[in-house]
Design a protein around this ligand. Structure first.
Ligand code: BGC
Length: 853
C-alpha cells in the first residue's frame, strides 16, 4: 500500500457519512469541499484542453469573464494535424506545469469527442474524426500533463457530438458504433495514458445519462479498461447524484449546494443506496485530492512564459497543413515558400486580429499574442508593401475595404490573404449553420485574384470549411487555430524556415450535403439518432465513393517522399503487429511526413468500412536521406465489435495493410492471411443494405431499427425534469410561456446575420429543467418538480379555486390574482423553504455550518 493509499484509508475511516457525501460534490464553481480538521484540502479543477483558464472572481464556466494569463497553445484540431504524439506530450507537460503554478490539481482536457459533423461548434476542441488518432494524441497529452503530478481529465465521455440540447440530448446508437467509433479513442487514452480522472458528458447514451451510466462508468471504464481514477460530471451535467454515485460518478460539479450530499446521505440511511457505493466514490475522490495536494506542494508560482510561447509556436508550426501549392500561371516553381525580398501585400483582417482559439469554456487569456502583420514587419525578410483588412467583421464597409485591398495587391509580387471564420462561429454551446466562409471573404479573394497573379491563402479556423474558392489561389495553408504563437508559425512556413508537415486529422468534404449526417445534424428532437453508424468521416467517404476536397491524412510538403520495401516485421498471436517500410526524402530540403497504415478487408462478410487507420508514424528526414520506419499496429487492428457475442472478434481471411501519406494516397500494400475467431456474423439474415454498401446517407427508420435491434425511441419526450427551456412553448403555463418568449427572442437575436450567439443565452436555451437545481442553488429538485407541475398545467387548474374564492368573497380581479399567484407560487417557494431547512439541519450534522460553508 502506498503512503497515499494509507492516508486515504485513514481519512476515510474518520469521515462521517455526511462528510463522505459532501466530498462528492463541488463547493465552488471549480473547487471541491475541504475538510480542514481531517487534513483534506480543496482541490481545484480548471479548463482546459489548450491552455489554463483559471477563473477570476465573477467569471463563469463558459469562459465569460476574465482568467489568469496563461499560454494559449493551439487547439486540438491543430495539435492533431501534427500527428505527433510526443509533441502532444510536451504540450501536455507545459500545461501541467502551468496548472501547478496556479494551484490547479486537475486539468479539464483533452477533449476527444469524435467529429461527427463539421457543424459541431466544438470541433476545434476535438482531435479527429478517427478514434485511433484521437486516442493516441490524447494518450500522449495525458502522459505529459501527469508527468507534472497534475491529473488530466479526458472529456466528454461519451458519444457527445452536438451542442444543440447538449444537456439533454439522447445519443441513440448501436453497440458496435459506440465501441468502435465513440469509445475506442477513450479506450486507448485510458489504457495507454492512464488518466487519473475522466469527465462524463452531458448527454444520454441510449436512454441513460452519461453521469448515471453504470455500464460505461463501471463495467467498461473501470471493469474492462482498468481505469482507477475519479470521474467527474460535466459542469451541470449531474441529474440525480444518488444514481450517479451508484453508477460510478465520483464528483458532481460545479457547486450544487447541500441538496445532493443531503440526498445521498438520506438515500443511505433509508436503505436506498448501499454505503459501500459512497465509500468507493469517496475513496476515489480522496485519492485524487490528496495526490494533487502532494503534487502541488512547493510549486513554483511562475512558469517560463517565453519557453512556453516557443513551444506553442512549435506545435502550431507542426500542425500547419499545406493543402495546395502550385506554380503560378506561366511559371515553373510552386509559389511557396516565398523568397526573401518578395514584395508582399498582406490582406485580410486576421493578419492584425488573429483567429487563434474558439469560444466557450476553453477560452484562454493568453500571455501574449503574435500577429502576422507584426511578425512580417519585424523580421524584414519579406518586402512588406502594406496591409489592408479587406473585409469587416460586421459587413458594414466591405466594398470599400475590398477596393483598398485590390489596389494594394495589384502592385505586389505576391498577395498573402488571411481568411477564416469569425470567432462567434466556432463556439461551445452552439452549432454552425453551414460550412461556408463569410461571403465577403470569398469575394475579397476573387477580387484580389483578378489583379494579382500570385496569391497565397492562410486559412484560420478550427473546423472544416467549404473550399470551392480555392481555385482563386495558388497556395493554401491551413493553420487551424494556432494559439498565441500561431502567426509566427505561419510566417515560418510561409518563408520556408519550416517545411510544412501537418496532415489533416479530418476529411474536408466538397460540401455539407456530402457529409454522412447532412440533413439530420444537429438533431432538434430529444434523441440524436446516429444512423450513419460506423461510417464517420473517411470511413463513409471512401466506402460510399463520395469525392472530397481534401482527404483524411492529407498534407503536402516543400519536399517529396517515397515509400518502398514494406514488410510485416512482427506477428503476435497470429496477427501482424508491426510493419516496417523504407521512407526516402526525394526532394531538395529537409522535411517530415506521416506514414499512415490502413487495414482493409476487401472480401468480407461482416460489413465494414473500406479501410481504417490502425497505425502511423511521423518521420523527419534530411534531403536525400532515407530510413526504415516502424509502425506498431493497434492491438485491435483486425478486430470488430461483435454485437452477437458482445466481444471483439476477428473475421478470418485475407487482409490488406495499406501504407500511404493520406487515406487516398496509398503507396504500398501488404497482404496477410488471418485465422478468424469463428464468431458467427451477427448481421446474418438481417436487412441492412445501407450498412453493407456504406451509402448511409438515407438510412430508413426500419433499417436503423434493424441495426439497433429495436425501434428507436420517440424523439419527443413528455414534459418532465429533462425538458429543455427551449421547449417551454409546449407547456401549459402562462408564466413559463413568457419565459420561453423572452429566451426565444434572445436566441433568435444571436442568429441574425452579423451577430454571434450569446453563450449565456444558448446555455439557458438548451438547458433542461433539472440543471437549474444543479447550477443555481438554493433551487432544489423539489422546486424543479414544482416547475414541471406548472408546465403540465397546474397553474391553469388554479383558475378554478381562484375564481371560486373571488366569487365567494365578492373580491373581483384583485382577489382572483392574489389567490392564483399564491396557488402558483406556494409549491416552488414551499419546496425552496423545505429544502433550505433540511439543508440547515444537514449542514449542522456535517459540522460545516458557519465554518466551511
Ligand atoms: C464544458 C466542459 C468544461 C466545463 C467547465 C462545460 O460547459 O462542456 O468542457 O470543462 O464546462 O468549464
Amino acid at each position: 500500500m502506498s503512503t497515499i493509499d494509507e492516508r486515504v484509508e485513514e481519512v476515510l475511516g474518520k469521515m462521517t457519512l455526511e462528510q463522505k457525501c459532501a466530498l462528492l460534490s463541488g463547493k465552488t464553481p471549480f473547487g471541491t469541499r475541504d475538510f480542514p480538521d481531517l487534513g483534506v484540502p480543496a482541490m481545484e479543477f480548471s479548463d482546459g484542453p489548450h491552455g489554463l483558464r483559471h477563473q477570476k472572481d465573477g467569471a463563469n464556466h463558459l469562459g465569460i469573464g476574465g482568467s489568469d494569463p496563461a499560454t494559449c497553445f493551439p487547439t486540438a484540431v491543430t495539435v492533431a494535424s501534427s500527428w505527433d504524439v510526443e509533441l502532444a506530450g510536451r504540450m501536455g507537460a507545459a500545461l501541467g506545469e502551468e496548472a501547478r503554478s496556479l494551484g490547479v490539481g486537475v486539468l479539464l482536457g483533452p477533449g476527444l469527442c469524435i467529429k461527427r459533423s463539421p457543424l459541431c461548434g466544438r470541433d476545434f476542441e476535438y482531435f479527429s474524426e478517427d478514434p485511433y488518432l484521437s486516442g493516441k494524441m490524447a494518450a500522449g497529452f495525458v502522459r505529459g500533463v501527469q508527468e507534472k503530478g497534475i491529473a488530466a481529465c479526458p472529456k466528454h465521455f461519451a458519444a457527445n457530438s452536438q451542442e444543440t440540447r447538449r444537456q439533454a440530448s439522447d445519443s441513440v446508437l448501436d453497440e458496435r458504433t459506440l465501441r468502435e467509433i465513440y469509445l475506442r479513442g477513450f479506450e486507448i487514452a485510458v489504457r495507454e495514458g492512464r488518466p487519473k480522472s475522466i469527465m462524463s458528458s452531458y448527454n444520454l447514451i441510449n436512454g441513460t445519462y452519461a453521469s448515471q451510466n453504470r455500464r460505461l462508468l463501471q463495467d467498461v471504464l473501470r471493469g474492462e479498461w482498468g481505469f482507477e481514477g475519479a470521474t467527474v460530471t460535466d459542469w451541470g451535467g449531474s441529474v440525480d447524484h444518488v444514481s450517479g454515485v451508484k453508477a460510478g460518478t465520483t464528483f458532481e460539479m460545479p457547486a450544487p449546494g447541500l441538496d445532493s450530499p443531503r440526498e445521498l446521505a438520506e438515500a443511505v440511511r433509508s436503505g436506498r443506496l448501499d454505503e459501500h457505493f459512497v465509500d468507493a466514490r469517496a475513496r476515489e475522490a480522496l485519492h485524487l485530492v490528496l495526490e494533487s495536494a502532494a503534487a502541488l506542494e512547493g510549486a513554483d508560482p511562475e512558469f517560463d512564459r517565453d519557453a512556453h510561447h516557443d513551444l506553442a509556436r512549435c506545435v502550431a508550426r507542426e500542425g500547419v497543413v499545406l493543402l495546395k501549392n502550385e506554380a503560378p500561371a506561366g511559371e515553373g516553381d510552386a509559389l511557396l515558400p516565398l523568397r526573401p525580398g518578395t514584395r508582399v501585400a498582406l490582406v485580410g483582417d486576421f493578419a492584425q486580429t488573429p483567429r487563434y482559439q474558439g469560444a466557450g469554456s476553453s477560452l484562454v487569456e493568453c500571455t501574449r499574442l503574435d500577429t502576422l502583420l507584426d511578425v512580417v514587419g519585424e523580421r524584414g525578410e519579406l518586402d512588406l508593401l502594406g496591409f489592408e483588412p479587406g473585409f469587416t467583421h460586421d459587413g458594414s464597409d466591405d466594398a470599400a475595404c475590398r477596393a483598398a485591398a485590390v489596389s494594394l495587391a495589384s502592385g505586389a509580387d505576391v498577395c498573402v490573404v488571411c481568411l477564416g471564420l469569425a470567432g462567434g462561429q466556432e463556439t461551445e454551446g452552439a452549432e454552425r449553420r453551414d460550412m461556408l466562409l463569410p461571403q465577403a471573404q470569398v469575394e475579397l479573394l476573387r477580387a484580389v485574384r483578378s489583379c494579382c497573379d500570385r496569391v497565397v491563402v492562410l486559412l484560420s479556423c478550427g473546423c472544416v470549411v467549404d473550399t470551392s474558392w480555392s481555385g482563386d489561389c495558388d497556395a493554401l495553408l491551413y493553420l487551424g487555430l494556432g494559439g498565441q504563437a500561431g502567426a509566427s508559425a505561419a510566417y515560418d512556413v510561409l518563408t520556408g524556415s519550416a517545411n510544412p508537415c501537418g496532415h489533416l486529422a479530418e476529411t474536408w468534404p466538397l460540401s455539407l450535403e456530402d457529409t454522412p449526417t447532412a440533413g439530420c445534424y444537429p438533431s432538434d428532437g430529444a434523441t440524436a439518432e446516429y444512423r450513419e453508424g460506423i461510417y464517420v468521416g473517411y470511413r463513409y467517404y471512401q466506402s460510399a465513393h463520395v469525392p472530397v476536397a481534401f482527404p483524411f491524412g492529407f498534407g503536402l510538403s516543400y519536399t517529396s517522399f517515397e515509400l518502398s520495401s514494406a514488410r510485416i516485421a512482427q506477428w503476435e498471436q497470429g496477427r501482424p503487429a508491426r510493419i516496417e517500410v523504407n521512407v526516402g526524402n526525394t526532394g531538395d530540403r529537409a522535411g517530415a511526413t506521416v506514414v499512415q497504415a490502413y487495414v482493409a478487408k476487401p472480401e468480407h462478410e461482416v460489413f465494414r468500412a473500406e479501410q481504417e487507420l490502425k497505425g502511423f508514424s511521423r518521420v523527419e528526414l534530411e534531403k536525400g536521406e532515407s530510413t526504415t520506419v516502424s509502425i506498431d499496429l493497434d492491438p485491435r487492428a483486425f478486430e470488430y465489435y461483435n454485437v452477437g457475442t458482445c466481444s471483439w472478434e476477428v473475421e478470418g481471411g485475407r487482409y490488406e495493410l495499406r501504407l500511404g501519406l493520406s487515406c487516398e494516397d496509398v503507396r504500398q500494400t501488404l497482404g496477410a492471411e488471418l485465422k478468424g475467431t469463428g464468431a458467427p456474423n451477427p448481421y446474418a439474415g438481417r436487412e441492412l443494405p445501407s450498412y453493407g454498401s456504406g451509402y448511409v446517407h438515407e438510412v430508413t427508420c426500419a433499417e436503423f431499427a434493424t441495426l439497433l435491434g429495436h425501434a428507436a425511441p420517440n424523439a419527443i419526450a413528455p414534459l418532465g425534469r429533462s425538458t429543455c427551456l427551449r421547449d417551454l412553448n409546449r407547456c401549459r403555463s402562462l408564466i413559463l410561456l413568457l419565459v420561453w418568449l423572452v429566451l426565444e427572442g434572445r436566441h433568435r437575436q444571436g442568429l441574425k446575420p452579423g451577430n454571434s450567439p450569446d453563450l449565456d443565452v444558448e446555455f439557458a436555451y438548451n438547458m433542461p429543467l433539472h440543471a437549474i437545481a444543479k447550477m443555481a442553488p438554493p433551487v432544489t429538485m423539489g422546486v424543479v418538480d414544482a416547475i414541471v407541475r406548472e408546465a403540465r398545467g397546474y397553474g391553469l387548474v388554479g383558475f378554478v379555486p381562484a375564481l371560486a374564492i373571488a366569487l365567494l368573497v365578492h373580491g373581483g380581479v384583485g382577489v382572483f390574482a392574489v389567490v392564483w399567484l399564491a396557488w402558483v407560487l406556494v409549491p416552488p417557494l414551499g419546496a425552496l423553504l423545505v429544502g433550505a431547512l433540511r439543508n440547515v439541519t444537514f449542514a449542522r450534522k456535517l459540522n460545516l455550518h458557519g465554518k466551511a460553508e
